[in-house]
Design a protein around this ligand. Structure first.
Ligand code: AVI
Length: 333
């Protein structure tokens, strides 16, 4: 989602549906700012999505594995709370693995939940749909859309009487800054009704060394994920970024409780980006800020939900990996 400086989510516009002009406008704007920055949503072209999947398998990036393990404990409790024949929406389902595990906890019901996937990546939607095909009796629908537009369409898709459970997992919320996160969670709440549910996965503050290793791994996968953004700009906007002249850097920003990813220019240079109509000048050591990943305390997660109009109902914690799942309910009246 987000985080990236001022961007709502890794979800914004599907790469395939992304008009070149939107990318061009964002690049023109972002590279004219001080500090230079680019929306993190542009990290997720086809190769970027594959690299992110590889990141999730790295020993140093524990978010995905911790969340999947925690789902085993929490899914039956979620199913206990969310009664009836729910409409379950996942924002950014990835390969569908987490939703599959959660949905299995509802499997004993005579009337199965309706699963609805919203993602900017058509390849992720296809993979998730395939994974969920294993579930017998569940209806699965997809929206190839940004989170915002997918949420805006929900009223027309959701069966009238169904309680809604929205999943925002994988610490995607951390890619927003706190104000953006509250605004986004409010959007989620407003897309539903009083009494609806939100399951939020969020990564916790942990020792700086572990955080930096998670975003600057010894195999260089995260570096490739970050630098692939320059590959994309070269391909889609005819830019002339020399990959050898930009270093990946991950830094812990204690004041804002976030890991920031940057691409740092090794030397003074000018880079033409014809598709955006600019030539960007870099000083040696000057960076492009490409992503922020906020890290939370349990109380901080509760406050985000409360500020957006939710009430915390239950929280599950992996103390070893430092990860939490929180079940919120939209406040009534
Ligand atoms: C998608 N998002 C929650 C990931 C994160 O941890 O911020 C993206 C990521 N960037 C580098 N590693 C993983």
């Amino acid at each position: 989602m987000n985080g990236p400086p001022g961007v709502p989510s890794p979800a914004a516009v599907p790469p395939s549906a992304q008009p070149a002009s939107a990318l061009a406008a964002d690049v023109r704007d972002g590279l004219s700012r001080t500090p230079k920055q680019l929306p993190a949503k542009y990290l997720y072209d086809e190769l970027g999505s594959l690299l992110f999947e590889a990141i999730c398998a790295l020993p140093w990036y524990r978010v995905t594995r911790a969340e999947i393990a925690l789902l085993a404990t929490c899914a039956p409790r979620v199913a206990h709370h969310v009664t009836g024949e729910p409409f379950i929406v996942e924002l950014g389902p990835g390969n569908g693995d987490k939703l599959l595990r959660l949905a299995e906890a509802f499997g004993a019901r005579a009337r199965k939940p309706h699963l609805h996937l919203i993602d900017i990546s058509s390849s992720a939607l296809a993979a998730a749909e395939q994974a969920l095909a294993r579930l017998a009796g569940f209806t699965v629908t997809v929206a190839h859309a940004t989170y915002d537009s997918g949420l805006a369409q929900l009223a027309g898709v959701r069966p009238h009487a169904a309680p809604m459970l929205t999943l925002l997992l994988g610490s995607n919320v951390g890619n927003f800054d706190d104000d953006e996160a509250v605004a986004f969670l409010r959007l989620v709440r407003e897309a539903g009704r009083a009494g609806d549910w939100l399951l939020l996965g969020a990564d916790l503050v942990k020792p700086e060394r572990d955080l930096v290793l998670a975003y600057d791994d010894p195999l260089g996968v995260t570096a490739a994920f970050n630098r692939n953004l320059l590959v994309r700009l070269n391909r889609e906007l005819g830019a002339s970024f020399d990959l050898d002249q930009f270093d990946h850097r991950a830094v812990w920003n204690d004041r804002h409780s976030r890991v920031e990813m940057h691409l740092v220019s090794r030397l003074p240079q000018q880079v033409a980006v014809p598709g955006a109509g600019i030539v960007a000048s870099f000083a040696a050591g000057e960076s492009i800020w490409t992503e922020s990943s906020c890290k939370y305390t349990l109380a901080g997660i509760a406050s985000l939900g409360t500020a957006a109009g939710f009430r915390l109902r239950e929280q599950w914690l992996d103390t070893d990996a430092g990860f939490a799942l929180s079940l919120f309910q939209s406040a009534r009246g």
